[in-house]
Design a protein around this ligand. Structure first.
Ligand code: MCN
Ligand code: CUM
Length: 784
């Protein structure tokens, strides 16, 4: 039974936003209806790779309810056929020369209602000349592979980038002298964030004022506004991006999609607001997918299990356009945190990005900028090493975990981990799971019967991008603003730049203000998701909200508190230096009864009270927070599975998750975030896969094929926590929104492979579907 408090500050409390969500009173993009609004629909390519010979729109134009048909040719005239991606590539808004993945946007119809818009799509006649498709990233650089991006000058193959981190020579030297070396190909297959609400927008361009208002379920309203200003050449102050309630983002809603741009063009062309909402198949086929990382990991170790060095080579499938969204300097995101939680002498990673005839993406689905892939790789490799050394995987991890006294820890690939106590977290997880008893149960199983497996993963994340001198997206530094205004009656409004998609920001940010100022959370209104109403900042992804905007909120509240001190000193006629703070009140040192509450101070700040020289009236402040470092949350997960060797069916029996995200603002919300991420992990490990046939047809374009986990597949989670505050964060908090998605897949996969150990199976790739597990037991594992 969970308890709920009514905290003035940190603690468990119900989410304020749930009052509208549970009553069905949220306002999502599709709830926005404007007078005279028209509806857009996208015509998509049936081919993964084909030349466009001609497009005939005459019949669609003639449809009585159609107001406009837009093609790549229309956009070329407006210089809008191509748009920049968040990774300095270009992406077709509507295809002009070729289509490069199945589901790519080819034309846009604007009609009086959404049914007519869809009907008219069928009236558009496109002649295609099919081309051979590149579907497998490992084939993309073959000399005879068709060149996908022949639109780019000088692009003669499908190569995007080569990037590496760590010391290659030092790593090779350790490998050359190592007692034991193990290598393993590990695939993190393509998966999809699949938020419940698909992507969509309502664009409203007012030709008289020249103002564009864009309702759009984006995770980054301010960044989108700046990109629209650059792409469309509209002045930024004439663009207002409003992100209303968002029904899940999970990274899917970071990029700018062609549909958004088409809605804007549709509104400019027709003079009416235009709504565009994609359906489920469109979402799965064409919007930002995740992973698709082909990794070869190597571990150098001593015979008694001391890990000395790590090496990995990756082929990264970015799809047809490089539309990933990570800080500019890091084309592989933060994959180079792949040494994980272990104390190694040297490490090196090399990542090659390639184009394929698949939807663009790569960085999405609670990945913390590819830390999912990194954590999965290292945790799989540790288990492969344990398998080869015939060592217990818990013991092997304990032996190699970083020690508390090593923090702040400079990693061999250039990070500085801020704080951690790893052995404590792992020990807690082992104790909660009853590890020794589980192993005893496993050992007592008769051969040939049902299998059980115990899987461990230990992860370290780097979240909170980022120090702006190291990190930007499209040249925009990764800092975030906050504004706090306390009104005369002591009620406050906080304006922030990040965007909730279900993480409960309206509650937790109010709790931060409450903690710092003593104003009850219910008296603090959190405003976000509207560029006209909030300060500039880069938005929500990479679990950066708490590390960056949470810090900004604490800082701005402290500024207000200092202002309140000045006002209180005038009220009490004492020197500001003689005042002491307790939550919600300044009082005279040595005379506790002599004090003024924050509410009394707020009223006085707006009154005729004479304030000291240089102290302005009112009670408000602004700030921009530029984090000095990222925060490094971590955790220890243990999964127990039962496997039926006859059918290959895996049942997750138990899941123990110990998370350390520093100080918890709202433990209930943190637990909710962890629950969601653990379900994600079970989904990816056992069920989820966006597959393609050799012609590039997407085989996971509905929830009939792309399976998501439900309560049926999930056990009752067993959560534990340790608290190691971040030393550089004003309230000691670290991000947590993606921790469990990062940490859990390896625990599930390790558990299944632990169960299959008696059958001599060392590794098998996700998703471990019954067919896949069964074949692995038969010694004929599937390649995904
Ligand atoms: N929190 C806390 N104490 C901490 C850390 C966090 O109370 N020490 C609270 C925060 O205040 C916030 C929530 O937990 O209310 C998540 O915070 P944080 O870790 O900062 O993550 P973000 O708010 O930046 O959310 C982004 C993250 C990402 S990148 C993905 S992807 C993901 C995730 O959040 N998408 C989600 N969790 C999601 N949860 C929901 N319901 N929907 C999504 O789309
Ligand atoms: Cu990589 S998904 Mo989240 O960072 O929005």
């Amino acid at each position: 039974m969970t308890t709920v408090d009514k905290p003035i500050g940190f603690g468990r409390m119900h989410r304020k936003e749930d009052a509208r969500f549970v009553r069905g009173r949220g306002t999502y993009v599709d709830d926005v209806n404007l007078p005279g609004m028209l509806y857009g629909a996208v015509l998509r390519s049936p081919f993964a790779h084909a030349r466009i010979v001609s497009i005939d729109t005459a019949a669609a134009q003639a449809h009585p309810k159609v107001k406009a048909v837009i093609t790549g040719q229309t956009l070329e005239g407006l210089k809008l056929a191509w748009m920049p991606t968040l990774s300095q590539d270009t992406q077709a808004v509507l295809a002009t020369d070729k289509v490069r993945f199945q589901g790519q946007e080819v034309a846009f119809v604007v009609a009086e209602d959404k049914y007519a818009a869809r009907d008219a799509l069928e009236l558009i006649d496109v002649e295609y000349e099919p081309l051979p498709a590149v579907v497998d990233a490992r084939r993309a650089l073959d000399p005879d592979a068709p060149v996908i991006r022949d639109d780019k000058e000088g692009q003669t193959d499908n190569h995007i980038f080569d990037w590496g981190a760590g010391d290659e020579a030092a790593t090779d030297a350790v490998f050359a002298s190592a007692e034991v070396v193990v290598a393993q190909d590990v695939l993190y297959p393509r998966v999809h964030p699949a938020p419940l609400e698909t992507c969509g927008a309502v664009a409203d361009f007012d030709a008289v004022t020249g103002k564009l208002t864009m309702w759009c379920n984006t995770q980054a309203p301010h960044a989108h506004r700046t990109v629209y200003a650059l792409v469309a050449g509209l002045p930024e102050h004439k663009i207002r991006v409003i992100s209303p309630d968002v029904g899940g983002g999970f990274g899917n809603k970071v990029p700018i999609y062609p549909g958004y741009v088409c809605a804007i063009v549709g509104s400019i062309v027709t003079g009416k607001p235009v709504k565009w909402m994609e359906d489920r198949s469109e979402n799965l086929m064409s919007t930002g997918f995740a992973r698709d990382y082909h990794m070869r990991g190597e571990v150098a170790a001593t015979r008694d299990g001391r890990i000395r060095a790590l090496r990995v080579k990756v082929v990264a499938d970015h799809g047809a356009f490089n539309g990933t969204a990570q800080p500019t300097k890091f084309p592989a995101g933060f994959f180079h945190v792949f040494t994980g939680s272990y104390d190694v002498e040297a490490a090196h990673c090399a990542v090659t990005g390639v184009y394929t005839n698949k939807a663009p993406g790569g960085v999405a689905y609670a990945c913390s900028f590819r830390i999912t892939e990194a954590a999965y790789l290292i945790e799989r490799m540790v288990d492969v090493l344990a398998y080869e050394l015939d060592m217990d995987p818990a013991e092997l991890r304990m032996k190699n975990l970083l020690k508390p006294e090593q923090f702040p820890y400079p990693s061999p690939t250039g990070w500085e981990y801020d704080s951690g106590d790893y052995p404590r977290a792992l020990q807690l997880a082992l104790d909660m799971a009853g590890y020794a008893e589980l192993r005893a149960e496993q050992a007592s199983r008769p051969a040939g019967g049902p299998l059980m497996g115990i899987g461990i993963s230990f992860f370290t994340e780097a979240v909170g991008a980022g120090p702006r001198k190291h990190m930007d997206i499209l040249g925009l530094g990764m800092a975030d603003g906050a504004e706090l205004r306390v009104h005369p009656t002591g009620k406050a409004v906080l304006r922030i730049s990040v965007q909730s998609q279900g993480q409960g920001h309206e509650t937790t940010y109010a709790q931060i203000v409450a903690e710092e100022l003593g104003i009850p959370p219910d008296d603090v209104e959190v405003v976000h998701g509207d560029t006209d109403q909030t300060p500039f900042g880069l938005g929500t992804y990479g679990s950066r909200s708490t590390p960056v905007s949470g810090a900004a909120t604490a800082v701005v509240a402290r500024k207000v508190r200092e202002r309140a001190r000045q006002v209180a000193s005038a009220m009490l006629e004492v020197d500001p230096g003689d005042l002491e703070w307790e939550k919600g009140r300044w009082y005279v040192r040595g005379d506790h009864a002599q004090g003024r509450s924050i509410q009394e101070i707020a009223l006085a700040a707006h009154s005729s009270l004479e304030l000291p020289e240089g102290v302005e009236g009112h009670l408000d402040a602004t700030t921009v927070y530029n984090p000095p470092n990222l925060t490094f949350p971590f955790g220890a997960y243990i999964c127990v599975v039962d496997v039926d060797p006859g059918t290959g069916q895996v049942k997750v029996r138990r899941f123990v998750a110990v998370d350390d995200c520093g100080v918890r603002i709202n433990p209930m919300i943190v637990e909710g975030q962890v629950h969601g991420g653990l379900a994600d992990g079970i989904g990816m490990a056992l069920m989820e896969l966006i597959a393609f046939d050799e012609d590039g047809n997407c085989l996971g374009a509905s929830f009939m094929d792309y399976l998501l986990p439900t309560a049926m597949e999930c056990p009752s989670w067993e959560l534990g926590e340790t608290v190691t505050p971040s030393p550089h964060h004003p309230i000691g908090a670290k991000g947590v929104g993606e921790s469990a998605t990062v940490g859990s897949p390896a625990a599930v996969v390790n558990a299944v492979l632990d169960a299959l150990k008696p059958h001599g199976v060392r590794h098998a790739d996700m998703p471990l579907t019954p067919a896949h597990v069964w074949r692995a037991i038969q010694g004929r594992p599937l390649r995904t």
